[in-house]
Design a protein around this ligand. Structure first.
Ligand SMILES: O=C(CO)[C@@H](O)[C@H](O)COP(=O)(O)O
Ligand SMILES: [Fe+2]
Length: 205
């Protein structure tokens, strides 16, 4: 079953002093979603972090009008069921993300649960900052996931642009996060169109 292309400019590469204007500009350029990374530096214990802070963010993001909330499996191993439920209760789409070193098998339970995530985000760089090099070896994870779940939204994030999109799209990714390749382009609309065409072609739509 073909899945729809979703192109999501990563606001981490935008002009932070003009976020609203940048967001509007991306939507006018054809973006489907806006991708916001939230990185929390915590100075207390890991357990306290995931018990209190993560759920506070669900509340805050819902209030701010987010349509989806994707959490990292690495910090949610013990409470992902409650997290998915609270994201859905707040009217957002739940997604799970995994870092390059995390095996893809770790998210299968979340996709197959009776109250499942609706998207899996495969990081194609180490989380942290924009402008890093795409990791092609992550495409094995994308292929494995697409083979198992033909209609799942599979997102990739990190180093995506016109020179790497073929690898991601042909492996089966349909949701594409791109920061520097879009915000650094003279014509962002063209880059968004190239990313979309590549996904559409691979999906046969
Ligand atoms: O989550 C992250 C980085 O941690 C990303 O969303 C980057 O912001 C993507 O930027 P590019 O690699 O596309 O420049
Ligand atoms: Fe990101």
């Amino acid at each position: 079953m073909a899945v729809k292309a979703k192109i999501a400019p990563s606001m981490l590469s935008s002009d932070f002093a003009n976020l609203a204007t940048e967001a509007e500009r991306m939507l006018l350029c054809g973006a489907d979603w806006l991708h916001m990374d939230i990185m929390v530096i915590y100075l207390f214990s890991f357990e306290k972090f995931h018990l209190f802070v993560l759920f506070d963010y669900v509340e805050a993001l819902a209030k701010a009008g987010a349509s989806g909330f994707t959490f990292h499996i690495e910090v949610s191993k013990d409470n992902w069921r409650e997290l998915i439920q609270s994201i859905k209760t707040k009217g957002m789409r739940p997604g799970v993300s995994l870092k390059p070193g995390t095996p893809i098998e770790e998210v299968y339970a979340l996709v197959e649960d009776e109250n499942p995530v609706e998207m899996v985000l495969i990081m194609t760089v180490e989380p942290g900052f924009g402008g890093q090099k795409f990791m092609p070896e992550m495409m094995d994870k994308v292929r494995a996931l697409r083979k198992k779940y033909p209609s799942l939204d599979i997102e990739v994030d990190g180093g995506l642009g016109p020179s790497t999109i073929e690898m991601a799209a042909s492996a089966g990714a349909n949701c594409i996060v791109a920061g520097s390749s879009i915000f650094g382009a003279a014509e962002p609309a063209k880059v968004i169109a190239i990313l979309r065409e590549s996904v559409d072609k691979a999906q046969g739509s």
